[in-house]
Write a protein that binds this ligand. Structure first.
Ligand code: SF4
Ligand code: SF4
Length: 206
């Protein structure tokens, strides 16, 4: 059952059918068309024009595999179970004679299935070694769903599209790594600047 419209009642308050002026509907329609034609367009003409996305948009995930220690935290925390990691252990010989051998994880496979990913960002948040980053790139649609599983090399390639981190606030604390490097450089410079004690010529004769 259709509801009576309250905007344009078809009857007068006395109950008689309301007469419409001939052509008024057409005039109203044309007025709407003219109003819309003169308004600023808000539609983005993608793909002819690229949308202006915020730099931190969640487009795709990049892997900086040099930082990955294969701790598996991202794969364990992913709610969709769409991160696949394979690795093996390798023995690293002792650095000095008498030292102990160490074992380390070597990454064999790192893949993310973007057909399952829900872009929650949990993997990026939990990675303790800064190996995962958001990239604003979003043009990776595929005709075959299997191609939406991006393997390690492809994830590494996305790293080139990750924007640089924003500058620190002027009053922000210095990052720990930079503070440590600066202190070490200052110590070295101070040690070099210290005058060396003159050697006593008599010392060798006695
Ligand atoms: S963004 Fe979320 S769903 Fe996608 S891989 Fe990371 S943790 Fe999984
Ligand atoms: S949490 Fe980070 S370091 Fe650990 S496996 Fe995932 S990407 Fe690698």
């Amino acid at each position: 059952m259709s509801r009576p419209s309250h905007d344009h009642p078809t009857t007068t308050p006395s109950g008689r059918p309301r007469r419409s002026v001939p052509g008024s509907g057409l005039a109203k329609g044309l007025a709407v068309t003219l109003r819309t034609m003169t308004r600023k367009t808000v539609t983005e003409q993608y793909p002819d024009a690229q949308p202006a996305l915020p730099p931190r948009s969640r487009g795709v995930i990049g892997l900086f595999e040099e930082n990955c220690t294969v701790c598996m935290l991202c794969a364990r925390e992913c709610p969709d179970w769409c991160i696949y990691i394979d690795s093996h252990k390798e023995t690293v010989p002792a650095a000095a004679p008498g030292g102990r051998e160490r074992s380390r994880n070597v990454l064999d496979r790192f893949a993310i299935d973007f057909s399952l990913c829900m872009y929650c960002g949990i993997c990026i948040e939990v990675c303790p070694f800064d190996a995962l980053f958001w990239s604003p790139e979003f043009e990776y649609a595929e005709t075959d769903i299997r191609d939406l599983t991006h393997e390690r090399d492809k994830l590494r390639e996305w790293m080139w599209t990750v924007p640089a981190p924003p500058a620190l606030d002027p009053g922000a604390e210095e990052p720990k790594e930079i503070a440590a490097a600066r202190k070490a450089a200052e110590k070295l410079a101070a040690a070099r600047a210290e005058p060396t004690e003159p050697t006593d010529p008599q010392e060798g004769a006695s």
